[in-house]
Design a protein around this ligand. Sequence first.
Ligand code: ADP
Ligand code: MG
Length: 780
Amino acid sequence: MQMLQLKHLFKSYHVGDTVTHALDDVSISFRDKEFVTILGPSGSGKTTMLNVIGGLDRYDKGDLIINGKSTKNFKETDWDAYRNNSVGFIFQNYNLISHLSIIANVELGMTLSGVSSKERHEKAIKALTEVGLKDHMHKQPNQLSGGQMQRVAIARAIANDPDILLCDEPTGALDTETSVQIMELIKELSKNRLVIMVTHNPDLAKKYATRIVNFQDGKILNDSNPFKTEAEKDTFNLKRTKMSYWNAIKLSFTNIMTKKARTILTAFASSIGIISIAVVLSLSNGFQKQIDTTMSKALAKYPVAITPTATDMTSMQTRKESDKNVKNRGYVIAKQDESEEATHNNKITQAYVDYVKKINPNYANNIAYQRTTNLNLLGLTNGKAEKVQFSTADPDSNQSIAQMRSQAMSSMGIGSSVFPTTLDKDKGNFLKQNYQILSGAWPTKATDLVVVADNKNTVNINALKNLGFDVKKNSKIDFNKLIGKKFSVVSNNDYYQELPTGMFVPKKATNSMYNSGKKIKIVGVIRPKNEDSMQLLSSGIAYSDKLSQDIIDQNKNSTIVKAQRKTKRNVMTGQNMNATEKKQMMQTIGGSSIPTGIMIYPNNFDSKDKVLDYLDKWNKGKAKKNQIVYTDMSSAVTTMTGGLLNGITTVLVAFAAISLITSMIMIGILTYTSVLERTKEIGVLKALGARKRDITRVFDAETFILGIFAGVLGVGIGYLLTFPINSVIYKLTDLANVAQLNPTHALILIIISTILTLLGGHIPARMAAKKDAVIALRSE
Ligand code: ADP
Ligand code: MG
């Protein structure tokens, strides 16, 4: 059966104006088993013919018939498969891949065609045994002599058991003795395959070959044993080659390992972008966490306040109106002040109070109610009863109690001397959570009072004076003077006296009046728990809402309340009142249990939103005037700082990203250098049947490894940097562990690094794949 047939083949090279006819109408047929040598002067076209036969190079004209099949319509992949399955190449300069071990070099062709590693290994060992190098298989190419290297090349060529062995001056670089050994080996191999060998040693040719072809100027001069063509029958059948990604990665990995220092330096340089982004992210991450915890600590305790009047932000919109023709209108418009227009009067009803009371204690466990209800208080000074009050207003100024109270109330909630009611006792107590005891005990009963000091243990002087203490500026008061101090809350009926005119006036304080009242007592002195925690209660006396409620219960049917209920006229001053004024009056004398203000204390920062949702639900579907507008002071602060940090982070990350682009370009350059360096390897891979895609894959794999390495290195260094950064920040600000690398960010950065380096290296990888195998192999 006939193997190979060349029919009128032409191949010429055009360089400038000169045309070289490397193959000039070559027609020859080969038997499937013979040892053919091709003799001829240098430049006569021998190598060109061998490359064309082996499918490394393309002919211009004519036809090459393989196993009866014309190759005129061969596609690139057909040639690849042909080289990989049927052809083995042996070159003068061995063309071993220096970074692969002997055995790996021999396995390479099979690696490309996706042969399993076990089978590959077995075949490679068999081939190495055949060439007599079994004992050297784990050596590197540079540890072998020239003859040994050529044997390895032969082993690589025959490992896949090809039908055709093409040898281009295999003994050209060897001494006579070694040349003879190699010739013996090739002679042995020609027993069961076609061997075509180019040589310029006629003696060796005559001694070993079964057929000698003389070549000159691209033409066959004579043929010692021509082969007559028989009828052609197409028996061509080839398996497609395919290299797996994994093999590409392994191949590139061994290559990378041969230039460790360079790889590490490159990876480090390209990881700088990743490092800077990692540091920026971990800092911003940490600062955000820091801000969040500080904020939630500081701001969670800010109550959501429902005050008699609130500013409705939604109505604070300025309407734009065309200024045109305004001056010609001939009238002016009465305009309400914008802030006044935005002022919303909250009509707190019993239904609303009940609604607020039903708030989930998991979100807000403490609610404080503000009431303007007068406590008709008496104290004993030196055994004599006198009127006192729980107030921080200056007792010497000439204001009515009601006036003072409403002033204190309207100055934005915080500063109520009524401590919040705890909804669920198991979930902690407001006082204990935010205050510490300086002396005495926590209040347990409605009749227990506490003195509230601030962070510096000071108490408002007016509050003390109003309680009947004779104090001067900066005088020191012993705890035991405060604790145990009793007051009497007198009922309206005992406190007020109805005049014949139907008007009511407070009676003079007497000891019997004192004795008739309900006794309340200071049980402790407290101050805020932390130095930096906010003062939630105003300095002075604090008491429970239960006390107010009890007093309202006691007084709601008192004579003065009953009388006031019936008339629009103020029963104390005689003035006529509007509806609001009457309501206020009723609240003052204990005729109404509806509080003037409510403070809801969210349990933590997150549950505040839930509280707001709950309050918003009340307003849904209600007319504007019946809605209750709350004030959330903490929200403005948080959104502001959060936005600021996000802005800074974005800018910094953008800057850091520039260095990522730099690394990408660097990887591109590195891959390009690698391509130039590995030109020969690309040629060898092609000679062994590698597809363009396989070559791309090998280089992509290399950049892939580099990318992951750079990413991991960058993230690792970034992580390590957080330690010194944190210690510096700690020294400067006392904030511990600010920089924290989020694991998700770390992973994303590694992925980004890998993708970017892949992109950067892909173009050079494509260039490598396009390299002409023949030129690649001729380069040296
Ligand atoms: P041999 O192997 O017999 O020494 P070659 O086949 O290498 O000869 O070369 C045949 C002719 O083709 C020579 O004249 C050579 O200069 C020319 N040639 C080979 N490759 C190229 C090329 N890539 N470009 C231009 N000329 C080439
Ligand atoms: Mg040559």
